[in-house]
Ligand binder design. Structure first.
Ligand code: FES
Length: 195
């Protein structure tokens, strides 16, 4: 029966050094191939990294430029004073005749921040006096157009949803209860006129 044990004679036998392995220097052509391959790999790596960076969301939720989410209980009652969200630079507004709308809180004249004035029931800009209604419509002053709006999606308690159209019109609530609203501050809808 064969055995794997090493005999004493085998163990005493000196180990012969193996012949040295000769590594030849790359030829000029091989060297150019290596450089070319490394360059291609680097370019491909940069392209993939660029694609990944582009695909990642630029803004986190709750950061201006990203999406802000609120529960139905956060939404002002119909015709109540709008709710200011300074971190998102917008107002949550709920005019009963039109519906829910998220207004960009920057004056369309020269960029000051209009304030809601309860006694006059309107937004008033402290800089040059432009005034806007609860839904952001221009009333008077040097502003060239109504307040801009943000694209919004409303989810109702019955599971249905409604989103802002391309014109930025308020979302009619029709007496339905809101479960949550998502306001996309990366999608500002510029109002074209004073309507
Ligand atoms: S910046 Fe608002 S009226 Fe001029």
């Amino acid at each position: 029966m064969a055995t794997a044990s090493v005999t004493k004679a085998q163990a005493d036998k000196p180990i012969q050094p193996s012949a040295p392995v000769e590594v030849s220097a790359p030829t000029r052509r091989e060297f150019l191939y290596y450089i070319w391959g490394a360059s291609i790999a680097l370019l491909l790596g940069e392209a993939v990294a660029g694609l990944v960076w582009f695909a990642l969301p630029r803004f986190k939720a709750g950061q201006f430029g990203g999406i802000f989410t609120y529960e139905g209980s956060d939404i002002p009652d119909p015709d109540a004073a709008p709710l200011n969200i300074p971190s998102g630079r917008f107002w949550l507004s709920n005019p009963s005749t039109e519906g829910f709308v998220a207004l960009y809180g920057v004056c369309t004249h020269l960029g000051c921040l209009p304030k809601w004035v309860d006694t006059n029931n309107r937004f008033e800009c402290p800089c040059h006096g432009s005034k806007y209604e609860l839904d952001g419509k221009y009333i008077e002053g040097p502003a060239p157009r109504s307040l801009d709006r943000f694209k919004t999606t409303v989810t109702f308690e019955d599971g249905s949803t409604a989103s802002t159209n391309d014109a930025g019109d308020p979302i009619p609530l029709n007496g339905k209860k809101i479960l949550k609203v998502d306001i996309n501050t990366g999608a500002r809808i510029r109002r074209s006129g004073q309507g």
